[in-house]
Every structure is written in C-alpha cells, then in structure tokens.
Design a binder for this molecule. Sequence first.
Ligand code: 0RQ
Length: 502
Amino acid sequence: MDRIAHPGLRAKEMSAEDAAALIRPGHNVGMSGFTGAAYPKAVPVALAKQIGAAHAAGQDFRIGVWTGASTAPELDGELALVDGVDLRMPYQSDPETRKRINEGSMNYCDIHLSHVAPTVWQGFFGRLDTAVVEVAGIDEHGDLIPASSVGNNKTWLDIADQVILEVNEWHSLELLGMHDIYYGTELPPNRVPIPMTHPADRIGQTTLRVDPEKVVAVVRTNAPDRNSTLKPVDDISKQIAGHFLEFLEHQVKVGRIPKNLLPLQSGVGNIANAVLAGLDSGPFRNIYAYTEVIQDGMVDLLDSGTVAKASATAFSLSPPAAERMNERAAEYREKIILRPQEISNHPEVIRRLGVIACNGMVEADIYGNVNSTHVMGTRIMNGIGGSGDFARNSLISCFVSPSTAKGGDISVIVPMASHVDHTEHDVSAIATEWGLADLRGLSPKKRAKKIIDTCAHPDFRPALHEYFEWAQKVSKAQHTPHDLSKALGWHQRFLDEGTMHS
Ligand code: 0RQ
C-alpha cells in the first residue's frame, strides 16, 4: 500500500527544500518529536540551510521552535548551529541549543510538559504559523497514522495555519492501533473529567486528524529515529536502583501499595534503566506503567510479562530495540499505548491512579528541595520535562542521583539548592548510592538529619552537619534554619575554586 493513501494529499508531495521554503522569517513552528522519536528528519535540515544562506546574505531569519520534548541533531542541532532559533520551548537536551541558551543568544521557555498545549491554546506564545509533523502514513480518508511519539502533535495539527507532513517509511505501519488520541480536552470553564480510571484505558482514537486544506506539503523520508545507544548500567546506578526497589518492597510489606505496585513512572537515563532492569529479577509481576517515555528496559519488562501494559507519549529506544519495535509493532500495540503529552502527564490522571514516580535530579538540599534543571543556579541543563507533572501529583515521588558529580568535586546534597524545581512538599524520598531517605511525615530538621546521614557522600557529611549545626545557632527562626550568608557558599566555592571541598 502507498503510505500516502489520500489522493489529495499525495498530490501535495514535494521536496524537503520546497517544503522548507514555505517557512518564513518570524514564523512559529510546531515540530513533532519527543525524546528523539518521530521528529521531522528532512525539512528542519533544509530549513537550516536556507536560514544559513539568508544570514550569509545579511538577512534576518529566525523562528520560534515548539516541540513535544527533546529532538535530535538534525532538528535542534542544525537550527541552533545557524543561529536560527529565537525562542525554543519546552524540554531540550541538545548540546548546541544548550550552549546558545546559556550564552544568552537563544530564548528558552521551560514549562511543565502537561502545560504546553493548554498554554499555547491560551495564546501565550502567539500564533502557530506552521506545523511540521512526522507520521508513519496517511490513510485514504486523510487521517494520519502516528509514529513513535505523539507529544503535542494533536495540538500543532489543530491550530497551525499551515501543515507540512513528513511521511517516514522507516516506521512500521503496524503502529496503527497503538496510539490513543483524546480529543476531549478543553480550557476552563469547559473542562470535563478525563475519563480514565486505569492506566490501560483507551479513551480516544488511533489516528490524528488534520484538515487536508491546511496541508501545504507532504515530504517522503526513510530515516531512523535518533535512538541513542544506552551505556551499560554502572554499579552506582545499580546500587541506587537497589535502594529504590527495596523501598517499594517495604511499601508492599506494610500494606501501603498492592503486590503489583501502583502505576510506575520512570525518568530517562542510566538509573531509570537500572530500576527497570532490577524489576525483572524482583518479586513484582503484572505491573502497569503510566509514564512519559518507553525505553529499552520497559520493552524487556513487557516481553518478560513483569509489566502487563505501559502507557506513555513516546519511545526512547536504542537502535536494536527500535528495530524490534518496528518488526513486532503488531504485538506491542496490544501492550503499549501512546497518548498526547497533556494526557500522559495529566495531573488529574496521575493523582487518580496513584503513580509511583522516580526521576533524576541535579541536586537536593538538606531540607528536600530538588533542582532538576540548573547547574550552579544559572546554567540550564535540559529542562523540567515531565518531572514536575509527576513529582507534584504522584502518590510517591522519589528523586535519584549519584551523591557526587564531576569526579567527586560536587556534592549533590547541598545546604541550599541553587534553583528549586520541586519543593520539599513534592518530594517523598531521595535516593543515592548510599541509601534512600523516606521523608514522608518528617519536619524540616528531621529531614535534614536523615538526608545527610542517608544520602550524602561520606566525604561531605561532616561539612553538611557542620553547616546544619551552625545554621541552628545563627538562624533567627528554627523551622528551616539557614545562614543566608553561607547557604550558597558551596556553589560559590565550586565556581571560584572548581571544588565544593573546603
Ligand atoms: O554531566 O555528562 O557532562 O558528566 O549532569 O548527570 O548523573 O548522568 O544523570 O543523565 O539522569 O541526568 C537531572 C539532568 C540528570 C536529568 C538530569 C551532571 C553530570 C552529567 C548528567 P556530564 P547523570 P542523568 C521524564 C523526567 C529533568 C527532566 C526529567 C534531567 C550530567 O534527569 O534532565 O526528570 N531531568 N524528566 O556530571 C553539576 C550537579 C550535577 C551535575 C549531575 N549537582 N552539578 N553537574 N551533573 N549533577 C523524562 C522527560 O521529561 C523527557
């Protein structure tokens, strides 16, 4: 079957260069793509060339780039390299983009992933001029078969003035049936409950709608997703995962959560992967996942039957796992549901289901405030992503990290967080390779003792205790004692001397 089964849309097929030329200076462009899955592969590259040529000719050409989350070098990287982006939102993890944001030449707006679509509907980012969306195919009615991520595609297709579609033949057409596109979300006062009481509920349709009149170009591609190969799970990640899994076992034993747990959310990266790998050898079976991204570890758990079904908005797979997904999509679509990110990360659903969340962090302070985004208080790393959606609304929200960074010169447990994404009120537990501190029910001073003694690296524990004792001596108030003249002194020392050690 031709991937472009709708004759009217087939007639709009053109080259990536011709399609990119329809994007003009100052346009806001809503691109598909989430954690390197299903981002457009050809039009952004062609557009970057055209922007580069315009700049060489002395012309102004920058655009606003909105996505689902992080994309890939062919999109964020190429556009950043030619200085083509005025404003980027939301989550990114591209080195070139990060560099431009931190040197001040690119505006970046980092918002909760579940808030992106509603914020755009309210008009805060202006008009969406163009949507560039990668799909697996177009059916005979002109409906779109989504690919390896959904992200904000529904919203971009709905509201953009013009739509460019990339039909990528690399994706399996048997992905049809995996997605659940819910069209019932509205802004207040018209909001109604999201009709989902189980992580595997299907509440929408399997295809994305688009008004064929708005489609100005269709580009055929055949290229794989970014699909980075994961590092093998290291010892520290295994230790952190071990503490987290032991904590879950204890929660089951004391009767707080059922034997098959509650729906799991896990962030991306090495530790998350170690947690998933650990689940397979643990006692839990028939688990459900209500998460944002499906990585290799989750596919293995679906294969082994440890996880019964998983709901997310995107894949983030290594090349072999991506091949496996394409070969066996018909089988996996019975077990995996990909939703728009305003639903995969919806606070109401996360709260109702009682999700257990586990996310990485940059640092935490002795009172349990967590920084997920900024190095030394000012330098953006990636963005808040979905961590806030899940941390604030989950039944149990755990943050995990090795206890030190940069060869031991940085303590991840600090007197005061240099930037706060998740306040002490939203953090149930913190785990490092040394142990997991369950903070629920503890007052700030009790939390401080527990975090220092359980999570901090032993090399930094004496200095943390010293700060905490000192703060209690000099602080005017004793609820959350601090010496404000010293609270960020560890960060300043790192900036001045390259180490937090005194
Ligand atoms: O830098 O690679 O240059 O050495 O940060 O650190 O330990 O490999 O951890 O890959 O899990 O990333 C918070 C960034 C952690 C991530 C963060 C340096 C460290 C290294 C990476 P190098 P690790 P991870 C759902 C959930 C927000 C989004 C989120 C993140 C690099 O988890 O972006 O949670 N989270 N989404 O050396 C200075 C510190 C540091 C530090 C670590 N205290 N100071 N540098 N690093 N701690 C998924 C989505 O939303 C899509």
